[in-house]
Design a protein around this ligand. Structure first.
Ligand code: UD1
Length: 416
């Protein structure tokens, strides 16, 4: 198993082009199976989760070819409607294929996605919504079996604005009879990206980005060429890396308009942050300040995915910061590891109280999930001495060549 070895203390100085968004590319790749013909997806990040999604597409009978950042998907040989248990276990977000497969094939079989280190992550909202669209679902022996004689439009209200459930409804209902409305829909920018891609294939969807999405069913979709939006969580992680090391960074190919809550917290903590077009510039102004309370919320609130890297920042800020995790019940697994590095953090239920310390020290730490692992990288960049991070396969799920990007900005980071 690989590890990252990081010698802390070098300020991050440089420029980074932000990669395509993991959370946008996964549903968009699932959408390609709905087309009559090839789709060409640009700006696809090279990530473990994208490789696994390509394997799911191949298992279903699609031809998948990658050339650099472009992936070509031809679904014309589609012959399967089943995702094997191994892939479902490796990548829980394969559940996003359910709506697309049952719409395309009239049947879908997937194994129940297992629990996940960040919480239980049930799929009840996905299944309830699919039933409302006329899909018959049985759950037996750890498998979910869906059948449909054609998707019927419906009015669906989500009890919680789940990102995955909103996307699954869009993918199931895009080719259907009638109109589907989703109220209390998730408003994340990645849902707007999925809407834009589906519309470029001939769909008639409106409203993504707001809390009501209207899907007028169409008979068929054609293949399309599309570029994935920038990854706002990866962008925020690199900004955190520059802020914690007292550095200076320019992000290109970013989308600052999607990052309002994140940039507001960063500014509150002290660094100078400027935006313009697709660029974000951050320059440290010395010591970080604590932030009063950060509450994770559905978009446009502060994203749960950047809670842990920002907690690393707060651990070196002057004063006390509070983080309240409202989305996933078990997303504080990085805390013990940050404490091992000298941070002063106390967790009480869904809240973490972070008292800023003078310095962090390098240590042997373990990444137990994707964003928690990124938090350890951020902390290690500012720690005194050497940090060895194991469990980095989680970090590879969402960050493309993180060691190369940070290394090009002056970090001393190696994969061993
Ligand atoms: C997506 C993102 C993930 C991000 C999360 C919240 C992808 C691939 N992943 O995950 O990075 O952290 O949004 O922004 O896009 N829930 C239910 N029942 C359901 C579905 C969800 O109770 O059927 C609950 C979950 O347990 C969680 C909350 O709703 O507490 C939010 O989950 P959801 O928005 O669905 O997250 P994901 O789509 O899994």
């Amino acid at each position: 198993m690989s590890k990252f070895i990081i010698n802390g203390g070098n300020p991050i100085h440089g420029e980074i082009d932000v990669q395509g968004a993991k959370n946008a590319v996964l549903p968009i790749l699932a959408a390609t199976i709905l087309a009559d013909g090839e789709s060409v997806i640009h700006n696809c990040p090279k990530l473990r989760d994208v490789d696994k999604t390509d394997l799911v597409l191949e298992e279903l009978g699609c031809t998948v070819r990658r050339e650099g950042g472009t992936v070509y998907i031809n679904p014309n040989g589609l012959c399967g409607c089943r995702i094997c248990e191994e892939l479902m276990r490796q990548m829980r977000s394969s559940i996003i294929f359910l709506g697309a497969i049952v719409s395309r094939c009239g049947e879908a079989v997937v194994s129940m996605p297992g629990g996940c280190p960040i919480g239980l992550r049930p799929i009840d909202l996905h299944l309830k919504a699919l039933r409302e669209l006329g899909v018959e679902i049985s759950e037996k022996h750890g498998y979910i079996h869906c059948t449909s004689n054609g998707i019927r439009g419906a009015n669906i209200h989500l009890d919680f604005p789940s990102v995955g459930a909103t996307e699954n409804i869009m993918l199931a209902a895009v080719i259907s009879d009638g109109v589907t409305t989703v109220s209390n829909a998730a408003r994340e920018p990645e849902i707007v990206d999925l809407q834009n891609f589906l519309n470029s294939m001939g769909a008639e969807i409106a409203g993504a980005g707001g809390n009501i999405i209207r899907i007028k069913g169409v008979d068929k979709l054609h293949g399309s060429e599309y570029a994935i939006m920038p990854d706002r969580i990866v962008a925020a992680t690199y900004l955190a890396a520059a802020a914690i090391t007292g550095g200076e960074i320019l992000l290109n190919k970013a989308e600052p308009r999607d990052m309002g809550a994140i940039l507001q917290v960063l500014r509150e903590m002290g660094p100078d942050v400027k935006i313009g077009g697709d660029k974000i510039y951050l320059k440290s102004k010395g010591l970080l300040r604590s932030v009063h309370t950060v509450r994770t919320m559905p978009y446009p609130g502060f994203p749960t995915d950047i809670q842990s890297p920002f907690m690393a920042l707060a651990s070196l800020a002057r004063g006390t910061s509070v983080f309240v995790e409202n989305i996933f019940e078990n997303r504080f697994q990085h805390v013990d590891e940050l404490v091992r590095m000298g941070a002063d953090i106390k967790v009480e239920g869904r809240s973490a109280v972070v008292r800023g310390v003078e310095g962090l020290q390098g240590a042997n730490v373990v990444s137990r999930e994707l964003r928690g692992g990124a938090a350890l990288v951020v902390a290690a960049l500012a720690a005194e001495g050497q940090t060895v991070i194991s469990g980095i396969e989680y970090i590879d799920r969402g960050y493309e060549n993180i060691e190369n990007y940070l290394g090009s900005c002056g970090a001393d980071i190696k994969r061993a």
